[in-house]
Write a protein that binds this ligand. Structure first.
Ligand code: MG
Length: 255
């Protein structure tokens, strides 16, 4: 069952997701060569605490970090550690916050210093795929319209979507129904209705779509070692347009 949020619940979702977007932007601004992924995690703890929230990821099925930080061929769920971020890396930061009984969830991939054109294209295509998916989060569309829009953008660029991990409904729980694959057919799946809140999150590999989970039981990496990017917005399904709940609070821009 897909939970329809009423006005007060949507307001609570707006609040926590705005904060989550702010923390995402603050963390992204900290990324530079020489810092460790644990430095980002420590900063996340402090930023989230300052807003009165707690990490939605810490302790989730035993996850040991405040945020997920995934570098280069790491797809998602990287555990913050002493790994040093280097010039030329691409760094995915996934931020989830619990506040006021609701969850915010957003992710961004940032390029560290100078990166080559193909890496930059991977980030641009993944961001564009997210935008294309988000644009379909409108009443009367079907869930498959979101999935198909994402897949179309990614594959037209010659990249591949990850199939083992998906977007999700979100609200009081981080993972609610429905699952939102980043591939699918238009017109299929449940009809979208106002009050549904969805975390849409394309994970895009430069090479093949296959991924595997490392021995730490969390970090997902591409099987072929190719680079991977991840962008995520939490959105509310709108009547004529989607409402992106994780727009940048400073610029008002999408990712
Ligand atoms: Mg998510």
């Amino acid at each position: 069952m897909i939970i329809i949020k009423k006005a007060p619940e949507l307001d609570a979702m707006r609040r926590v997701n705005r904060i989550t977007a702010q923390v995402r932007d603050d963390l992204a601004a900290l990324v530079r060569p020489g810092i460790t992924t644990l430095d980002l995690d420590t900063a996340a703890f402090e930023l989230i605490r300052r807003h009165g929230g707690v990490s939605a990821f810490y302790g989730y099925r035993g996850f040991p970090g405040q945020i997920c930080v995934s570098i280069n061929e790491e797809v998602v769920h990287g555990i913050p550690c002493k790994r040093v971020i280097r010039e030329g890396d691409i760094v995915s930061i996934d931020t989830g916050i619990s506040l006021g009984g609701f969850i915010g969830d957003t992710a961004i991939t940032v390029a560290v210093g100078k990166v080559d054109d193909e890496k930059r294209r991977l980030l641009e295509v993944t961001r564009a795929a997210l935008e294309a998916g988000v644009a379909k989060a409108v009443s009367g569309n079907h869930l498959g319209d979101i999935s198909h829009a994402i897949q179309t953008v990614v594959e037209a660029a010659g990249f591949s979507v990850v199939r083992e991990f998906v977007g999700h409904g979100i609200g009081r729980d981080m993972h609610e129904e429905p699952q939102i694959p980043n591939f699918g057919k238009p017109g299929r799946g449940p009809k979208l209705k106002p009050g549904m809140t969805l975390a849409i999150e394309p994970m895009v590999n430069m090479g093949g779509s296959k991924v595997k989970v490392l021995q730490d039981d969390w970090t997902a990496v591409t099987c072929d070692g190719s680079l991977s990017a991840h962008f995520e917005h939490t959105v509310a399904v709108g009547i004529s347009a989607p409402e992106i709940l994780t727009l940048s609070p400073n610029s008002g821009a999408a990712l």
